[in-house]
Design a protein around this ligand. Structure first.
Ligand code: GRF
Length: 198
């Protein structure tokens, strides 16, 4: 049996996707373990989710560094210390720079069917566009925002009564399934690694 992959999860807030990955790991649904959680916000609730699960959690404030390269070098120190194989962005609300992109394989979960509705407030964008279907996407991270190769997507239908909150909640429930599934595909080598760098 191949060894379990070591995950580093980057967050900025609530951490519900982090929680889903920790649960999937502990329930044997993914052959990987969350080894370190890093937040760019000290107040991120996800940090306490990690701590409660006995996973090392650290807040690194970009404001304490002269530039993004120095900030990401500090993140790299932790990713290397914990021998991370795959970096998972789970609600990490910061653009990733070359220091991380060039040195790690990174995936992200985004609350729309990319390439539609990139960037912030994807659920609001979907409602305003009047589409009948949106959803979520797990993709590799490259130098262009929300544009890396897609690993998995799942649809969520919009309802005429939807608000940003109601749509976000339904998409979030699907995110919690999709992100662990994508990680497991990666663990099983079912994702073409070469596409990750394109
Ligand atoms: C999710 O909707 C994710 O797709 C987006 O930010 C949200 C994070 O939620 N990038 P949580 O912190 O995982 O609860």
């Amino acid at each position: 049996m191949s060894r379990r992959l070591r995950l580093g999860v980057l967050i900025s807030g609530r951490g519900s996707n982090l929680s889903a990955v920790i649960d999937a790991s502990r329930d044997g649904k993914v052959d990987a373990d969350v080894c370190v959680v890093i937040s760019n916000k000290a107040e991120a609730k996800g940090l306490s989710i990690a701590t409660s699960a006995s996973i090392p959690a650290v807040a690194i404030d970009p404001k304490n560094y002269p530039d993004i390269a120095q900030y990401e070098k500090e993140i790299s120190t932790y990713l290397d210390q914990y021998k991370v194989d795959l970096v998972v962005l789970a609600g990490y609300m910061k653009i990733v720079g070359p220091t991380l992109i060039e040195n790690y394989t990174i995936i992200n979960i985004h609350p729309s069917l990319l390439p539609a509705f990139k960037g912030l407030e994807a659920q609001k964008q979907a409602l305003e566009a009047g589409v009948s279907v949106s959803g979520c996407t797990v993709h590799f991270v490259n130098e262009t925002l929300d544009s890396g190769p897609i690993i998995l997507q799942r649809e969520v239908s919009l309802m005429s009564t939807d608000t940003v909150d109601s749509l976000s909640q339904r998409i979030l429930a699907v995110e919690h399934e999709l992100l662990p599934e994508a990680i497991q595909l990666f663990c099983q080598n079912k994702v073409d690694f070469l596409t990750s760098k394109k």
